[in-house]
Design a protein around this ligand. Structure first.
Ligand SMILES: [Fe+2]
Length: 403
């Protein structure tokens, strides 16, 4: 078991701990609605209590905060907190939870504070190699709080970045670490769930931002994009160093969704096939019209060789990570496990019925995020953060059983 010698864990330490499967307990003191929208999660279920700070802390006049914490914990949580594992305290920005961690340590618990709170957790990214080939490397960049996945194809000093999130330093640093310059910046589609880092990253590197033109129109109000972009389309071959990516136009989640087939083997497919489910076709407000397109697109992708490795645009369930924290699957076995893919072969009517009965809640912020992503609005940092609160909701609600 990892020993906890420090009083704080960074998001990275927290993720490594979650991935290792060593026991941990979480005490989250944010308000209930904030806790409901997202929380610290790992591949294994983590016992977690949400107790808002203002309920726990009944501060008497002139009382020391930590003394009040000790009293609140003893009165309200004494019998619910474990002594045999670290207790991670979590709040919005990591300040109030720090008092809590100190109070718990005074009481003899092995308590650590999540440094920077949920704000830092939401901004945390890690990366893994998903393909190592003599001619190229493919990296998967994971933002676990949101379940957002980006990919980088690096070869011979060139790097293509697909679906970058808005913290563009992450990709810049990875390219530099591989002695590569960013030569291609591409989005599989105009995202609704998170703010794309594509236009900014392209500008930083003096290259074109690439997007399918159908996604350069807001699907609700039909306003055209106010960003510069180069047009992606079906059947293009994009060289990256000594390898190449072939484009497949696979509409459904959006009208302009493009999948990139790297070296005819690795399919960076955005929001079409996920490891645990499939994408939803209703975020443009036209589920009925887009469902047949989506069905045809999935049929097309299922014709790819069984050894094709699916590298999706999101994960919705961290328990689908492999032992290294990667989200990938071979198409052949996946088509028999993934509930959405199983419905594709059953025909359009069955598929349509399945889709229309599996649509989750449509987050209100998604209409605005799409506006941001095509340059129709420009939020400040605080607003960008507010728009991105919560896990992505780009998948259908039915998820496969964990393998
Ligand atoms: Fe998405």
């Amino acid at each position: 078991m990892l020993a906890t010698t420090q009083a704080t864990w960074t998001p990275e330490t927290t993720w490594e701990r979650l991935l290792s499967g060593d026991p941990i307990f979480i005490l989250d003191v944010r308000n209930r609605d904030e806790f409901e929208s997202w929380r610290v999660e790992g591949p294994e279920p983590v016992p977690t209590i949400n107790r808002p700070y203002f309920e726990l802390l009944d501060l008497d006049d002139d009382e020391d905060v930590e003394a009040a914490v000790v009293r609140g914990v003893q009165d309200q949580l004494g019998d619910q907190l474990p002594q045999d594992r670290p207790i991670l305290t979590v709040c919005g920005e990591g300040h109030t939870s720090e008092h809590l961690a100190h109070g718990l340590r005074e009481l003899g618990y092995d308590a650590v504070n999540l440094d920077g709170g949920m704000e830092a957790w939401g901004d945390f990214y890690y990366h893994r190699v998903v393909a190592e080939h003599p001619d190229y490397t493919v990296l998967q960049v994971v933002r676990p709080a949101r379940g957002d996945l980006s990919h980088m194809v690096i070869s011979d000093g060139q790097a293509a970045v697909i679906d970058p999130n808005r913290h563009t330093d992450v990709y810049q640093a990875l390219a530099a670490a591989h002695d590569a310059r960013i030569t291609h910046v591409l989005d599989t589609h105009a995202h609704a769930d998170h703010i794309s880092g594509g236009p900014e990253l392209a500008q930083r590197n003096g290259v074109a931002y690439q997007l399918h033109p159908y996604d350069a129109i807001h699907p609700m109000d039909m306003l055209p994009a106010r960003i510069d972009y180069a047009m992606l389309g079906d059947g293009q071959t994009i060289p990256v160093g000594r390898t190449q990516m072939d484009t497949l136009h696979v509409p459904g989640h959006t009208l302009g969704l493009i999948a990139f087939l790297v070296d005819r083997q690795y399919l960076v497919c955005g929001d079409s096939i996920f490891v645990e489910s499939i994408a939803r076709p209703d975020l443009g407000g036209a589920a009925e019209a887009w469902t047949p397109l989506f069905h045809a697109s999935l049929q097309r992708l299922l014709e790819l060789p069984a050894e094709t490795v699916i590298l999706p645009g999101h994960t919705v369930d961290p328990s689908f990570a492999d032992a290294q924290g990667r989200f990938q699957a071979e198409l052949g076995p996946l088509r028999h496990k993934n509930p959405g893919l199983q419905k594709v072969d059953a025909g359009l009517e069955t598929f349509r019925h399945y889709i229309l009965n599996s649509l989750p809640h449509f987050p209100e912020a998604y209409v605005e995020i799409k506006r941001v992503n095509i340059g129709l609005s420009h939020p400040e940092e605080a607003e960008a953060r507010r728009l991105e609160v919560g896990k992505n909701a780009c998948a259908l609600s039915e998820v496969a059983e964990t393998a």
